[in-house]
Design a protein around this ligand. Sequence first.
Ligand code: TYM
Length: 332
Amino acid sequence: MKTIVSGIQPTGAINIGTYLGSIKNFVALQQAHPDHHFFLFIADTHALTVPQDPVKLRQAIKELAAMYVACGINLKQTSLFVQSAVSAHQEMDVLLQSFAYMGELERMTQYKDKALKQTSGIRASLFTYPVLMAGDILLYDAEFVPVGDDQKQHLELTRTIAERVNHQFPDFFNVPKPLIPELTARIMSLQNPDQKMSKSDPNVKSKILLTDDAAIIKKRIRSAVTDSEGTIRYDANSKKGLSNLIRIYAALENRTISDIVKRYETSDYQTFKADLGDLVASHLEPIQARYHSLLKSQELIDILNDGQAGAEALAIKKVQRFKKKLGLGLNR
Ligand code: TYM
């Protein structure tokens, strides 16, 4: 069975950056690869790399699960589960710690950025997090891993770890390939187009949440930072803010950048932003309706239980085989 694996951390409300960089892409990939099985999960153990309120974390896990389903992933083709419920992820993490080097982890830019923002109490898990992520992927022998651009370096490390294990135990892991969407690899903050739109950004104006109502969505887009040139054209260097909005537009309509630019070349920013506001709001409306009904339903719990069973069926065997290869325990 060919597999595709990806995860999202339940660390705050999902924004349109995460949606366009990952979830929307999962749905498209499912149509493009009907013969692949998807292991999609809520990366709750990863969330513990920074302090969490347990009540809020549990709620965020549920909300993220509902959002995956509401966004239209095909459940027949997917095992959707909560990472911590499949303890093989923790086991694989511990085993792979012995196949990653300190120097490699020290080079991870996401670790360096996050550690810089914290003055003290940097958790060891923040440092070793890319190894847990490598385990998430290698457990299922993923062929492809669809992620946004910020996860590229973690994917490279995953490949290095897989190759290192394979050097000792030939062909033990499939070496996965990242799938990074061209248009939406990095959706930027609406307030600072030099920064990625981020779940952890405290500035509410910097992002659109998938649960925002139409009025808020339109307001956020109206107040998005652009430039004073006034012409609608794409230039990711000198017109970062506007180009980011053009990419969002193109991705939601499944069109190219030049299609959108052509349509608006004689228009002004106000008209373009108003249309984009309508487009985002109408795209999210059915997702929100499904999301709210799922949150209240038993259906969500059943989906996660099924997903867990599907994941465990593969993951437990893989971790047991790995332990055996490594010479752990007695060969009974
Ligand atoms: P996380 O939760 O930070 O983000 C989830 C996914 O969304 C993408 N993304 C974006 N893409 C484009 N523009 C943005 N502004 C944007 N913000 C987020 C991320 O690249 C990611 O694909 N470590 C991962 C979760 C994880 C994982 C895994 C992913 C854990 N184990 C195994 C793949 C495979 C993370 O923190 O993603």
